[in-house]
Write a protein that binds this ligand. Structure first.
Ligand SMILES: NC(=O)c1ccc[n+]([C@@H]2O[C@H](COP(=O)([O-])OP(=O)(O)OC[C@H]3O[C@@H](n4cnc5c(N)ncnc54)[C@H](OP(=O)(O)O)[C@@H]3O)[C@@H](O)[C@H]2O)c1
Length: 370
């Protein structure tokens, strides 16, 4: 990508560019930094605006001296009108409850939006208020129509709708990892819709950059612990998407665990096959067939199980499946880098679709190892 067109910090003027202009709001956070890293590598996008709150007024080099941008832009307090003068797209990487405070204005100003938070992941605003109680008290929302309009940004399932969308709600990292493995079996009716269990593990970057006690090195290292047991907020998000694909209401168990690594997410999904005669080879064929034309998904051979290290820094989801013929149980294993395929990389995949490029353009999909 050419960085010649990045705005000058003093004038903040709109650069001339042939590339698609993207604003990154929440630039200083983990998602924002990954997004900027991805956009620097992208041949068709320019970083046109950086937004933030505590970081507003700072030069980018003060925040990320290790990731220089031409002209060393200044982070700004987000303003929809100014963003619309400088960018065609805005990616919002903000804590829950903040995107909805600016998205209606951005859309009014014809800026297409990808939101990485949960603000638009539910079709129903009431459902969001029910799940995100604390955040719903921050600000009165009047955008229930936008909740209905937003497209769930799972490109392997919603590519056409994403390509036309004004507003894309990027999925959570646990939902991305779990749904990619589970949905093909629900779609084909191969798996019982009751009794599904998702056991997931994530690294500490899943909690974002702002300080939290349980993410201190002395707390998280050399330890593994469940959190959000019964009622983690991603449960309802997974259930909503799974129910839509299955065509019937699904309630499932989801338990996340924090493990002592920085990035990476493993979801192991347990279910029961409707036809206990199906083998691991059959089920692997199902996954392979579903994703045969999907550049960001690889399905491993039977008996090879995915490791988070194999997808680190990439926009790849890697999965495999095993069957227990004694019990009729199916075990789906899926890994992603939570900050890339689980967050910013998937958002770039969506941006590519919205702007008319191949979905994998500019994204790393080959592993870095070890
Ligand atoms: N981390 C993951 O693995 C992951 C995966 C999928 C989705 N997500 C979701 O993605 C979103 C971002 O997550 P993250 O982990 O990147 O968070 P993070 O590291 O905590 O970053 C949050 C960003 O939001 C900015 N911000 C906070 N309040 C703001 C406001 N009022 N106006 C403008 N900017 C504001 C902060 O900027 P300042 O520093 O300037 O205050 C910071 O840049 C969250 O909704 C999260 O749930 C995260």
């Amino acid at each position: 990508m050419s960085m010649e067109s990045v705005f000058s910090p003093s004038s903040q003027s709109i650069p001339f560019t042939n590339n698609t202009r993207v604003a990154v709001i929440g630039a200083s956070g983990y998602g924002g930094i990954q997004m900027i890293r991805g956009l620097i590598d992208h041949p068709n996008f320019d970083i046109a605006y950086l937004g933030g709150e505590r970081s507003a007024g700072k030069r980018w080099s003060e925040i990320c001296p290790f990731l220089p941008l031409d002209h060393d832009p200044v982070v700004q307090t987000p303003n929809a009108e100014i963003i619309s003068q400088q960018a065609d797209y805005a990616v919002l990487s903000l804590p829950n409850g903040f995107a909805c405070q600016i998205v209606p204005d951005l859309l009014k100003h014809n800026v297409r939006v990808i939101d990485l938070s949960a603000d638009y992941r539910y079709n129903s605003l009431d459902q969001w208020k029910h799940v995100y109680v604390k955040e719903s008290n921050l600000h009165e929302r009047q955008d229930k129509e936008l909740c209905k309009e937003a497209i769930y940004g799972l490109p392997e399932w919603n590519a056409l709708s994403i390509s036309k969308a004004r507003l894309v709600a990027s999925p959570g990292c646990f939902p991305t990892t779990s749904l990619l493995a589970l949905l093909p079996f629900l779609k084909q009716g191969l798996i019982e819709t009751e009794g599904l269990i998702i056991d997931a593990k994530t690294g500490t970057s899943g909690g974002g950059r702002s300080p939290k006690e349980n993410l201190l090195l002395s707390e998280a290292s050399e330890s593994i612990s469940p959190y959000g047991v019964i009622g983690h907020r991603h449960t309802s998000e997974i259930e909503e998407q799974a129910s839509e694909v299955a065509g019937r209401r699904i309630n499932l168990q989801f338990t996340p665990h924090l493990i002592p690594m920085v990035r990476g997410l493993l979801a192991t999904v347990y279910g029961r096959l409707r036809d206990p005669g199906l083998t691991a080879e059959d089920c692997t064929t199902v996954l392979k067939t579903f994703y045969s034309h999907q550049p960001c998904i690889d399905v491993l051979p039977v008996g090879v199980y995915p490791a988070t290290k194999w997808v680190r820094q990439t926009n790849k989801a890697l999965m495999s499946v095993q069957v227990d013929s004694r019990t009729g149980g199916i075990v789906l294993m899926s890994v992603v880098d939570n900050l890339i395929k689980g967050q910013a990389g998937q958002a770039i995949q969506c941006l590519n679709l919205m702007a008319g490029y191949n979905q994998e353009t500019g994204l790393n999909i080959k592993g870095f190892y070890p």
